[in-house]
Design a protein around this ligand. Structure first.
Ligand code: TXA
Ligand code: MG
Length: 337
């Protein structure tokens, strides 16, 4: 299949392809998404084929106005309205019971559907041009890091999708915060650019809980099917080091010793006597989020035998950065005292 290269000026063309059942990758503020008409079960199934994604892992429906919500969700509780008013458009995905119009292929048969209203102007233009909600997982091959640039998408999905819309580097750099919404409880199933602290600030009537699967490996039947897959896995085995950055850097240097065949993923302030990929200053979790997935791809290009990574502490957006690093390491974590 020939993959068309589109730009931000080609939203109408992208919308046309989507309306006719095609697959179009497009930029969002979190990561690039691989879109299809969310109400077209065949088109949605094509997403799973193109990505090599397990079909029990449900997709997020993307919207560009709140009027579309009643076609997706049976009811919209006040908690969801409050979160939408505070964080939409933006990097927050909410899960609620779905309507009968939502195809099983989108939700992997679950009774709920995840919805997000992205803030990226090109994402909004593409969804508006399509005139339907757009199902869109991250536009990577299953198991690869999520794409934050056009080049990442082209590398993974060139020849497998109808078109890719180019739109610069994603600003947030990690996938959206995914929450299950109940009347008095909001459960974070995947941390992202909207931290649990930010959610709690706007919610008077509901508590914010972090699902155990966010910080520990899950064995069976997780609340979010995505939790059980080893996403973002570099080719080489990776170990994550948590603790004070001076100490984790020292522990990594000690581990490396004289070995030049390994690689280190470090904060900008540190170095090691092997290949090093930096991903932001130690106290800047927004920069770390923005650069992490590109850094993971660079680590693969270096083809090391083993990777040692500094992991930030889990406050604010650091929770999301640490979550992605620990998952990439298959939860192989060393806590440095
Ligand atoms: O930032 C993002 O969310 C990006 C951009 C393109 O919007 N999309 C994205 O989609 O990351 P994906 O498919 O890579 O991740 C969606 C996650 C998966 O872990 C999936 O299991 C979970 O959301 N999910 C989707 N629908 C769900 C549902 N009804 N119940 C529980 N988890 C759900
Ligand atoms: Mg993904």
């Amino acid at each position: 299949m020939q993959t068309l290269h589109l730009t931000e000026h080609d939203a109408a063309r992208a919308g046309d392809i989507l309306r006719h059942g095609g697959l179009v990758a497009f930029p969002t503020e979190t990561v690039y998404g691989l879109g299809a008409n969310a109400f077209d079960a065949d088109a949605v199934r094509r997403i799973f084929e193109a990505k090599g994604r397990p079909c029990d892992n449900p997709l997020i429906a993307h919207i560009c106005d709140l009027d579309t919500l009643p076609t997706l969700w049976r009811e919209i509780p006040d908690t969801a309205r409050t979160l939408a008013a505070a964080f939409w458009p933006g990097p927050l995905t909410m899960i609620l019971p779905r309507t009968a119009a939502v195809p099983d292929a989108l939700t992997a048969g679950l009774d709920t559907v995840a919805v997000r209203f992205p803030s990226h102007p090109v994402a909004q233009a593409v969804i508006r041009a399509a005139g339907v909600p757009i199902a869109a997982p991250s536009a990577n091959l299953s198991g690869h890091p999520s794409p934050t640039t056009y080049e990442h998408v082209l590398h993974d999905l060139g020849g497998r999708v109808d078109a890719i819309v180019e739109g610069g580097m994603s600003s947030v750099g990690l996938e959206s915060t995914v929450v299950a919404v109940e009347e008095h409880r909001v459960t974070v199933l995947r941390p992202g650019g909207i931290s649990p602290e930010m959610l709690a600030v706007v919610l008077d009537d509901a508590e914010v809980i972090i699902d155990p699967g966010v910080t520990c490996p899950v064995e069976s039947a997780p609340r979010s099917p995505g939790m059980k897959y080893r996403h973002y896995a570099p080719l080489a085995p990776m170990t994550a080091f948590t603790g004070d950055p001076d100490r984790t850097a020292a522990a990594i240097r000690e581990k490396i010793g004289m070995r030049t065949d390994c690689a280190a993923l470090l904060f900008d302030e540190y170095d090691a006597p092997c290949s090093v990929v930096h991903y932001g200053r130690r106290a800047d979790s927004l920069a770390q989020a923005h650069r992490l997935f590109d850094a993971l791809r660079k680590l693969d290009d270096l083809a090391p035998t083993e990777i040692f990574a500094q992991c930030p502490d889990e406050t604010g957006v650091g929770l999301a950065v640490a979550n992605r690093i620990k998952r990439a390491a298959g939860f192989h974590v060393v806590n440095v005292p």
